[in-house]
Ligand binder design. Structure first.
Ligand code: ATP
Ligand code: TZE
Length: 534
């Protein structure tokens, strides 16, 4: 088996202890191979050497039949006795250089890495692939119980691999595979995983053939989508740069999509703004549902147009975890508003937990919130508000964060900055009165979610056959986010100009009126959008 020939798409690690009762190990293995497993690693932790060699030998007979390479976990003696394609070692096993001397240059060596330093060492030492993990906790069903690398952490590792193939491992199951593949695209080089490694998702299944086929289809379809550029990592799917005029026209066109389809916008938001947010959603022609219970959200998800998660008062974490995951599974846009995320340690850790559990489509925050997510100290906060002069280079901040989070980033304020990691937009609509009503940022998130629902519907109406399992969400969500920001801020301009508006109280009511009255012509006439070179 030549070194270049390996397809790492679906890497099965064996685990005889995890087999369902009555299921034979070899039968399960063969079915998994028929389902599309492309690499197998035999792992035996407490088995006598003689028995391990016998299991490895029989396993190799089966993998050879399917022309699939076999690796032995950790045990050089077993490797030498059976001579399969390769050996897989962890950080506490035989050192890589010593392993190489023993197995020879023709054998493959895979190395487990859990951070950038280990990855660099594995690459320098000549590893043929790396297993990146643990992505999630594997021991328990609650993958958030212990924070691990998460897709974002894997992405950072992928940037140092210099072309060495990678598989992710740890807590990987069909519902989180698209989140993993999309969320781990690396921030600098845009490298993607070569495959996913699973144990119980296949081994514990009564039907390993179907389990393997399902995950293989997810990986294959992600790889196909990467080739066409039609992935969450390249959100807009737009091949050519667009002018501000084109972007404004595309944004304005989504207003009719909202009114014609009345998308259901599921919102878990804080109890300060809940009523304003629901009314703002209705005013632009969509339908709000402010459901928070996890038992509720699971059934709702297939019917929604978009999800908003705003953790301003963090009262519904369980619902937020389930709602985001279900939205990913159902390929719906997720708008995340990390209100005051930098204000407390609890908020920072809760945000990490949410983002390790699901992939947002858009992250929207004020400069203090975006700064906290970017781990920058350039902008300070006072509670839910940002204070001070802002970032020296706001366009760069949103672009870098968008690439790191694989999400569109919207940073609000007097000017709003929006980026998908490629394009950076600056908008200059809105009025100072927005600063003296509470929840203007929260309402911006609501309207952005509404227009992301429209962006997806618009895409599906013209590309009906394209939606598939590999996609977290489809549609031009750069335009969805832009449309939300423009419609909200232009409605605010119209409201502030009314003679009956005397201050924040009347402005707040007038804002709902003008969200109801604002038309595409107003957006075309008033939108101030620049495309920044960053
Ligand atoms: N001075 C301003 N001029 C124009 N638009 C503004 C101004 N301040 C805020 N906005 C707009 O108001 C909305 C909210 O932005 P802001 O940055 O104030 O959010 P926030 O701090 O998260 O608000 P909150 O915490 O009250 O929800 C955005 O759409 C933004 O464009
Ligand atoms: C004032 C306030 N406190 C928690 S959430 C919220 C709404 C504005 O962000």
């Amino acid at each position: 088996m030549g070194k270049a020939a390996i397809d790492y798409s679906l890497y099965l690690v064996t685990g005889r202890e995890l087999l369902p009762e009555g299921k034979d190990y070899y039968e399960s293995l063969e079915e998994a191979l028929q389902g599309g497993v492309t690499v197998v690693q035999v792992r035996e932790k407490d088995t006598d050497t003689g028995e391990f060699v016998e299991i490895a030998r029989k396993t190799k007979e089966i993998t050879d039949k399917y022309n699939v390479p076999l690796f032995i976990n950790d045990r050089i003696d077993v490797f030498l006795a059976v001579r399969p394609a390769g050996l897989h070692i962890g950080q506490s096993d035989l050192p890589l250089a010593r392993a190489r001397e023993l197995v020879g240059d023709d054998a493959l060596i895979g190395v487990s890495v859990s951070n950038v330093d280990e990855a660099r060492a594995a690459v320098a030492g000549g590893a043929d692939y790396v297993g990146v993990g643990a992505i999630w906790d594997t021991g328990s069903k609650d993958v958030t119980a212990k924070l691990k690398l998460a897709p974002e952490g894997a992405g950072v590792v992928l940037d140092v691999l210099e072309g060495v193939p990678s598989v992710a491992i740890g807590g990987i199951h069909p519902p989180n595979v698209p989140q993993l593949l999309h969320g781990s695209v690396s921030p600098v080089n845009r490298t993607a995983l070569d495959g996913v490694a699973v144990i119980s998702a296949i081994v514990s299944s009564a039907d390993p053939r179907a389990a393997a086929a399902g995950i293989r289809a997810q990986v294959d379809s992600f790889k196909r989508a990467r080739k066409t550029g039609n992935t969450q990592a390249v959100f807009s799917g737009a091949k050519a740069a667009r002018t501000p005029k084109e972007l404004i026209e595309q944004s304005a066109a989504l207003m009719a999509v909202v009114r014609d389809n009345t998308p259901l916008v599921h919102q878990l938001t804080n109890n300060v703004v809940i009523n304003d947010s629901a009314n703002a959603t209705l005013a632009v022609g969509a339908s709000p549902i402010m459901a928070t219970n996890p038992f509720d959200v699971k059934d709702l998800s297939p019917a929604i147009g978009a999800l908003l998660v705003n953790f301003g008062t963090i009262t519904d974490k369980a619902g937020m975890l389930v709602a985001g995951r279900e939205a990913n599974v159902n390929r719906k846009p997720v708008v995340y508003d990390p209100v005051a995320v930098g204000a407390t340690a609890f908020r920072r850790s809760t945000s990490k937990e949410l983002l390790s559990h699901w992939q947002p489509t858009v992250i929207k925050g004020n400069p203090a919130e975006i700064g906290a997510l970017a781990e920058s100290t350039e902008v300070a906060s006072r509670g839910v508000d940002a204070v001070g002069g802002g970032f020296a280079n706001p366009g760069s901040v949103v672009k870098v964060l968008a690439r790191r989070k694989n999400a569109i980033v919207v940073m609000t304020g007097k000017h709003d900055y929006i980026s998908d990691g490629e394009t950076v937009l600056k908008t200059s609509n809105g009025v100072d009165l927005l600063e003296v009503i509470t929840g203007s940022g929260c309402m911006t998130g609501t309207i952005v979610a509404t227009f992301c629902a429209a962006a997806r519907l618009h895409f599906l109406a013209s590309n009906a056959a394209v939606e598939n399992d590999s996609q977290l969400v489809q549609g031009d969500h750069l335009v969805g986010a832009l449309a939300g920001v423009l419609v909200f801020n232009i409605a605010a301009e119209l409201a502030a100009a009314r003679p009956d508006v005397k201050g924040p109280g009347t402005f707040r009511a007038a804002l709902i009126d003008e969200l109801y009255n604002v038309r595409a012509a107003d957006v075309l006439a008033r939108a101030k959008v620049e495309v920044l070179e960053v």
